[in-house]
Design a protein around this ligand. Structure first.
Ligand code: GDP
Ligand code: IMO
Ligand code: MG
Length: 423
């Protein structure tokens, strides 16, 4: 079997897009299985930068089949806009497939996401307002509209009508918003259906045959482990399972279909949106990470919160995802910092805590226990071998391996697809 899952090991934005693009160059299939247009994956190739939200990051390779799996919540408007803008950059979509079972994000999902956030006030989650939570909620409530429904205008009409009746009550009576118009949504989405029809298929069956035939399949994670609905910092999480277990359900394959699990992390930690973040830095070092690392959201443009690397989080990611290796991106961003720190455990009421607490109110009271490392000042962006790195940078990577008991097989030293060290 020739399959690998790439999963975010922190709070998202770990540089998954870059690594997936690299692996996609030799892949037959790239599969998105979870999340939706809340994802923003960046691929940099020479002077071109591609920002992908719903289209899998293997799309730049014409021979690679790109699959949007059943577990993705598909926003037809966003995906078609994304395709239009990518096609202006020369990208083709002959090898794109979308699963018939994928749930459709509709205007009322986005409206409710926005209104629900507003009504929460200071307790808002800080969602991307892409309608992700409300769409997954409808899926669980068994009233969702799937791609297969959208493609049948009569079924779509009937489901949209009954859902909109319910959602308009929620929008107006609960949130005090304005009702949405059935006819305009129906017509707009029937237009999208016409364009999407050619890509719609049973992608789980396609994948099953591909894996049996020994094809190289890359599962593309979106979000990250700490945003997982069960294992993350609930309720400050996304509404799906962006972990390797979630990829199986979301791609329509069994757990034995995934051979290797590569966790992607940054050499420090970032988070967008609200919720506890033990190693967060609101000081000069935090500003260094924000500015040198250009830590602004790919989807929303929000400044990301920045802090030291947290080995407690990485150990959780190793455990939940069954990681076989780690890729550490953005080592170059640490250049110039005199001393580096990694949280090795937490302290709570003078007790040492090795594991990530289940309760965020406890997590919020935890203070990180740090180990300190020497920094370096040399420009490492042109390094292509581990031995080329300054000794201090080598030691920092070795420390991550020791603290997580997991080999670091890839190191990112720049945003370009060529700026990597392989081990
Ligand atoms: P994703 O959501 O995990 O795909 O990550 P994003 O694309 O949202 O954010 C990662 C950012 O870091 C993007 O701007 C990437 O181009 C950039 N990036 C990825 N790897 C590296 C690296 O090794 N060094 C630097 N400097 N930038 C990187
Ligand atoms: P990629 O794939 C970083 C965060 C949001 C918010 C929480 C819930 O680019 O790594 P949602 O809109 O999903 O209901 O928001 O999850 N979030 C992400 N943070 N990277 C992402 O995706 C994210 N997708 C969602 O900021 O805190
Ligand atoms: Mg991102």
């Amino acid at each position: 079997m020739n399959t690998i899952a790439l999963v975010g090991a922190q709070w998202g934005d770990e540089g998954k897009g870059k690594v997936i693009d690299i692996l996609a160059s030799s892949a037959d299939y790239v599969v998105r299985a979870t999340g939706g247009s809340n994802a923003g994956h960046t691929v940099v190739s020479g002077d071109k930068t591609y920002k992908l939200h719903l289209i899998p990051s293997g799309i730049l390779y014409p021979k690679t089949v790109n699959i949007i799996g059943n577990g993705v919540v598909l926003d037809p408007k966003v995906v078609l806009e994304e395709m239009d803008s990518l096609s202006k950059m020369g990208v083709k979509f002959d090898n794109l497939m979308m699963d018939l079972r994928a749930h459709i994000v509709l205007p009322y999902h986005k409206e409710i996401d926005e209104l629900a956030e507003l009504s929460k006030g200071k307790d808002a989650i800080g969602t991307t307002k892409r309608g992700i939570g409300p769409c997954y909620a409808d899926k669980c409530d068994r009233i969702g509209i799937r791609l297969i429904d959208l493609l049948d205008s009569e079924v779509f009409a009937q489901k949209l009508k009954s859902n909109l009746e319910l959602k308009n009550k929620l929008i107006t009576a609960v949130y005090g918003g304005k009702p949405l118009d059935y006819k305009s949504i129906y017509e707009e989405y029937c237009g999208y259906a016409k364009r999407l029809k050619q890509y719609a298929t049973d992608t789980g069956a396609v994948l099953y045959d591909a894996i049996k035939a020994g094809k190289r399949v890359v599962f593309e994670g979106a979000q990250g482990t700490l945003l997982d609905l069960d294992s993350g910092t609930y309720p400050f999480v996304t509404s799906s399972h962006p972990i390797t277990g979630g990829f199986c359900a979301g791609a329509g394959v069994g757990p034995t279909a995934i051979k290797e699990c590569l966790g992607i992390a940054k050499s420090y930690t970032t988070r967008v949106g609200a919720g506890p973040f033990p190693t967060e830095l609101n000081d000069e070092v935090g500003n260094h990470l924000l500015n040198v690392g250009h830590e602004f959201g790919t989807t929303t443009g929000r400044a990301r919160r920045c802090g030291w690397l947290d080995a407690v989080i990485l150990r959780l990611a190793v455990r939940i995802n069954g990681l076989t290796a780690l890729a550490i991106n953005k080592l170059d961003t640490l250049t110039g910092l005199k001393k580096l720190k990694i949280a090795t455990s937490y302290k709570l009421d003078n007790k040492n805590i090795q594991y990530f607490p289940a309760d965020i109110s406890i997590l919020a009271k935890c203070t990180p226990v740090y180990e300190e490392y020497e920094g370096w000042t040399e420009d490492i962006s042109a390094c292509r071998k581990f031995e080329d790195l300054p000794k201090a940078a080598q030691n920092y990577i070795k420390a991550i391996e020791k603290l997580t008991d997991t080999p670091v097989t890839m190191i990112g030293v720049g945003a370009d697809r060529n700026q990597n060290i392989y081990r």
